[in-house]
Design a protein around this ligand. Structure first.
Ligand SMILES: Cc1cc2nc3c(=O)[nH]c(=O)nc-3n(C[C@H](O)[C@H](O)[C@H](O)COP(=O)(O)O)c2cc1C
Length: 217
């Protein structure tokens, strides 16, 4: 019988680990996973092979980058100011009740804001909003220049959450739970309000922005 035994060695914090390879800064360190292939007979362990696989953050990001996603801007109200962050580690979770999740790096400012505000919006970008994605993917981005540099303009919902002009869809959420997962936190939130508009999405695939192509059906 063939079995695979695995061990993680020298584990250090990777820089960023989004669900779909969205973040663009280089890895700080390597996480190495070593697998041994072992032959196990009825009389016990007989032979052990050598290294079968190693994994770095860059390799993990490359693999996850094969999973094409849309691009969102997470928005929060900070004492009357708009705070935004580009995110693609985003997914629906449940229909009843309506839940979604977003994974946020512990080093992002948004991480602390999500914990303190407990309310946020998710704006799903349209194909012409690439500059807005780039703008809110920078570590330092003040709201003052968002319109001038990236053409980002916002209204407010009844609850005061910023809603981006021209986004394909807007989802307003209330934080339900937060689960630490490695260097990110999975924020699960209940959806309270949605707005859907016509148009085509901005996509992200293999570290680059894309437009949607022809249907295949
Ligand atoms: C396409 C794309 C997707 C991203 N997805 C995420 C994500 O899901 N989670 C995350 O923590 N950072 C993600 N980032 C990186 C953040 O946008 C970036 O670190 C940002 O500067 C954080 O801003 P803040 O410090 O103001 O919160 C993504 C970046 C890009 C370009």
């Amino acid at each position: 019988m063939d079995r695979i035994l695995s061990k993680v060695t020298g584990e250090k914090k990777p820089n960023r680990a989004p669900a779909a390879g969205g973040e663009i800064s280089p890895p700080r360190s390597l996480t190495r996973t070593v697998h041994w292939h072992a032959n196990v007979s009825s009389r016990g362990l007989k032979t052990a092979g050598v290294l079968a696989m190693s994994l770095s953050p860059a390799e993990f990001r490359k693999a996850m980058g094969c999973f094409a996603t849309g691009v969102t801007i997470i928005t929060l109200d900070l004492d009357g100011e708009v705070h935004g962050m580009t995110a693609n580690a985003f997914s629906s979770v449940s229909l009843d009740p309506p839940l979604l999740l977003v994974c946020v790096d512990h080093s992002a400012h948004t991480h602390a804001h999500m914990h303190s505000k407990k309310r946020f919006g998710v704006n799903i970008l349209a194909e012409n909003q690439r500059e807005i994605s780039d703008y809110y993917a920078r570590p330092v981005h003040t709201h003052d220049q968002a319109e001038e540099i990236a053409g980002a303009r916002f209204d407010r919902t009844e609850k005061g959450t910023p809603i981006l002009h021209g986004a394909l869809a807007y989802v307003e959420c209330r934080l339900q739970s937060a689960q630490v997962a490695g260097d990110h936190t999975i924020f699960i939130a209940e959806v309270e309000h949605v707005v859907v508009r016509q148009g085509e999405p901005l996509l992200f695939f293999r570290g680059k922005y894309r437009h949607i192509g022809e249907g295949v059906g």
